[in-house]
Ligand binder design. Structure first.
Ligand code: URA
Length: 182
């Protein structure tokens, strides 16, 4: 699939009920040749309004961490497991993830990142291990075919509990170091 085909498949998608409620589909943003790809869970209200992932409060918090470790949004690619906003920002349902995950798989094939960083528990449980425990397993790398994958705290979790900020900083530094080593 090309980027054009992917965008057209996403924008015409009504395979789950979220497709009928969206203002905008939120496909992804950033560098299509990125070495590092971040994957969150699903768009929120600001993302639904703009069509761009992580532009609300959580996104601004993520930007601060990227800056702190010397990464720029333009250098990385950012997407979500779901491309449409779940009502009231509830967790994505397994059946919504099941139909939407094919678009993320196509994005990974097109971008060919060296490292995928799951933002939060939902993304880690879908992409790394259904039993993933974010508090215990954040910052650990797993080799999957052509790339490494790890998970860090979701920026919204950091806003709720700033005591986790230090872990996020350490984990993102580990991601940079891992990339340098590859
Ligand atoms: N939270 C997410 O997981 N993704 C977004 O795009 C915004 C908030």
């Amino acid at each position: 699939m090309s980027w054009e085909q992917l965008e057209s498949a996403c924008t015409s998608c009504h395979e789950c009920p979220l497709g009928d409620r969206r203002t905008n589909i939120v496909i992804g943003t950033g560098n299509r040749n990125a070495d590092i790809m971040f994957v969150g869970e699903a768009p929120g209200a600001d993302e639904d309004k703009t069509g761009i992932p992580f532009v609300g409060a959580a996104g601004k918090h993520l930007d601060k961490f990227l800056a702190a470790v010397g990464m720029k949004r333009e250098d990385v690619y950012i997407a979500n497991i779901l491309k449409c906003r779940p009502p009231n920002n509830r967790d994505p349902l397994p059946e919504e993830q099941d139909v939407c995950i094919k678009y993320l798989r196509e994005q990974v094939k097109l971008i060919k990142p060296k490292i995928i960083v799951c933002l939060g528990r939902i993304s880690a449980m879908r992409l790394i291990d259904p039993e993933f425990r974010i508090t215990k397993m954040h910052g650990r790398f797993f080799k999957r075919g052509e790339f490494y994958i790890c998970a860090v705290y979701h920026p919204s979790a950091l806003l709720r509990d700033p005591s986790k900020n230090e872990d996020m900083y350490t984990d993102l530094k580990k991601v940079k170091a891992k990339l340098a080593e590859l």
